[in-house]
Design a protein around this ligand. Structure first.
Ligand code: PLP
Length: 362
């Protein structure tokens, strides 16, 4: 039994008989294909609260076919990363932000909140236990995936009475194999990801299921991802696939203001804080496609980039708008994009000083 100081819950430890073979140093890890030896889990029951916290072997979970989440997608997830640098330090980036967002997602989905402090410490324990799985090559990380799902076995459409929370870990490769290659983004004017008042602001199950169709059609047209517009007017820019989006127009760095349908990314927030601390002119505001096209025509659209945990900062080289391809910065990565990529990854790995206090070193 592992006791976590300051939290009134213990974690049971169930050991594996044999450990899996770890990937060879330098091998292609991909994203979310390999999983470590152990997972953390706990269960919730109405009237009893969270209990049965344990670290146990990573293995299949048996489900009753009527399990609520399988039918109605009452569930929320998160994504974060741990790093190991050449000094051997294990560094976790802003995980407290993930659990605070997860709790907000839980509120939206009528799910029980977590004791964020306990969840944080449980993940620290799990990552510590699995430290030999953290890859060290440039751009690699141990991806942390917390998930909470409705686990009641019943078909009634209402908030479930039982929930399962678990955390799995996956060593992931560098997002960019050949340097930061700019992406081609299709401005989606038919499908909508969500609308204000919907679930787009919550990191919940189902948001992605509805977006795959648009992504596939854009890929058929030769683009990498879609840029979502507001679901009502299809006029205002919201975000890209699994990333938030930024534009450098003249000397202003603009990202759409959080409006109830945009996912509040932690990388987005980090980039805004870095830009502001470094004296950039930054705005979170309403931004129309029309304004972006106009800025491009006048030569004022300097850079476009996406932000998210997986890619960190991803330069956009082409925007496909109404059958026209707008090339951004000659299809190359711009200075602001590069500055943010270097700063965020520098803080994550310890190459740069963590002035903001974002990293927990285990
Ligand atoms: C998770 C996510 C993001 C990025 O959030 P980060 O916290 O920066 O990883 C952006 N958009 C959507 C739809 C997401 O699910």
């Amino acid at each position: 039994v592992l006791r976590i100081r300051g939290v009134n819950m213990e974690i049971e430890m169930i050991e594996r008989k044999t450990l899996k073979e770890k990937p060879a140093a330098g091998s292609e890890l991909g994203f979310g294909k390999l999983f470590t030896d152990y997972m953390f889990s706990m269960v919730y029951e109405e009237g009893r609260g969270w209990h049965d916290a344990k670290i146990s072997p990573y293995e299949p979970i048996p489900f009753d076919p009527s399990t609520s989440v399988l039918h109605y997608a009452q569930g929320v997830f998160e994504g974060a990363k741990a790093f190991k640098n050449e000094k051997g330090e294990i560094r976790i980036f802003r995980l407290a932000e993930n659990f605070s967002r997860m709790n907000r997602s839980c509120d939206r989905m009528c799910m029980p909140r977590l004791d964020a402090d306990f969840a944080l410490k449980a993940v620290y324990r799990l990552v510590q236990l699995e430290k030999d799985w953290i890859p060290t090559a440039e751009g690699t990380a141990l991806y942390i995936r917390p998930l909470m799902i409705a686990s009641s076995a019943e078909l009634g459409v209402h908030a479930a009475k039982k929930y399962l929370f678990f955390v799995i870990l996956s060593p992931v490769g560098a997002y960019y194999k050949h340097g930061l290659a700019p992406t081609k983004i299709y401005v989606e004017n038919h499908y909508a990801r969500t609308v204000a008042g919907g679930t787009g602001e919550a990191k919940c199950l189902g948001n992605y299921a509805g977006s795959i169709k648009a992504a596939e059609e854009a890929q058929k047209k030769g683009y990498d991802q879609v840029l979502w517009l507001d679901g009502v007017h299809k006029k205002y820019i919201e975000e890209v696939g699994s990333m938030n989006i930024f534009f450098v127009i003249g000397d202003e760095v603009v990202t759409p203001a959080l409006n109830g349908s945009i996912l509040p990314g932690i990388t987005r927030k980090s980039c805004l804080e870095i830009l502001r601390a470094n004296g950039y002119k930054v705005s979170e505001r309403l931004l129309s496609v029309k304004e972006v096209v106009k800025a491009h025509k006048k030569g004022r659209l300097k850079e476009v980039f996406g932000t998210g945990t997986a890619a960190v900062v991803s330069p956009v080289g082409v925007l496909g708008v109404n059958g026209e391809n707008l090339e951004v910065n000659g299809g190359r990565m711009g200075d602001v994009t590069k500055f943010l990529y270097d700063t965020v990854t520098g803080i994550q790995t310890g190459r740069l000083e963590d002035k903001f206090g974002w990293v927990t070193v285990l």
